[in-house]
Design a protein around this ligand. Sequence first.
Ligand code: AVI
Length: 324
Amino acid sequence: SALTGAPLRHRAADLAENAFCRDLLAGLSKSPRSIAPKYFYDAEGSALFDRICELPEYYPTRTERRILERHGREMAAVMGAQAELIEFGAGSLEKIRVLLRAFDAHALPRRYVPIDISAAHLEEASRRLHADCPWLQVRPIAADYMKEAQLSALDDCTGRRVGFFPGSTIGNFDSDEALAFLRLAARLLQGGGLLVGVDLVKDPQTLHRAYNDAQGVTAAFNLNLLRRANVELGADFDLRQFAHYAFYDPRRCRIEMHLLSRCAQTVRVAGHDFSFAEGESLHTENSHKFTIEGFRKLAASAGFRPGPVWTDEARLFSVHWLES
Ligand code: AVI
């Protein structure tokens, strides 16, 4: 407080309203333990993710970028002129720059609405984009795009709406969530469509390397979740006592990321104790890989009409236009 100079951090009442706190406590109480990957993205986590995107082993970002560069004009054509362009989980607003370059001057989007859960990161990235493209109306929404109640600002977008969902973030959902997201997007984008990036099934070695990089950036990204819990929730995770563990499960066509306890230990989170056995896991992320046909079927089951698909020569990654 102002009188004592000591900040009133981590008060129980404040924490009870905190979604990260609620979900982490629930996830630690389950067996097996898990937490939604959206909690990776505090400012530090978003910065680490940006570094992952630059890694030599992490092929999705640069492959998708090349597909956008090569086929951007065809994508701009299906997205149409003067659209309301809405990006889900917009991150650092880098990929939209590639797409914007592909539009003719008269056909540029009338407005760009990036939605992201990482408020400070979004604010800063929006300011930078607007400085570089002063002709573009940028209207960021700091929200969880899975929560429709947080998206009421979209009511202002009365023109033809088109969505952009790059990076294969769709792969981080389980199948129910992916379907729920696509259904929500199909409804929000009625009369327009969604341009979505989808990582493809491929040889396990390439996949394994992409999530086990030599510099350990992915490990730091995974462990940052615990650092975030320490900072925001006053938890006492010892980061040296947890190990990054990522592997490809070919049966489920997905990378799984875990944090494994290196020893038997008890951690305290918001007044609750959790005991980990040696080797016990906190499951932090799934990253599903798709076949082109499998993804088109999923999109169709959510109410989209699957349109053109663009891919790279090695068929590492795909970008789909879905009409709604
Ligand atoms: C954001 N998302 C698509 C990334 C992925 O590949 O699943 C997150 C990530 N996790 C580890 N590396 C990158």
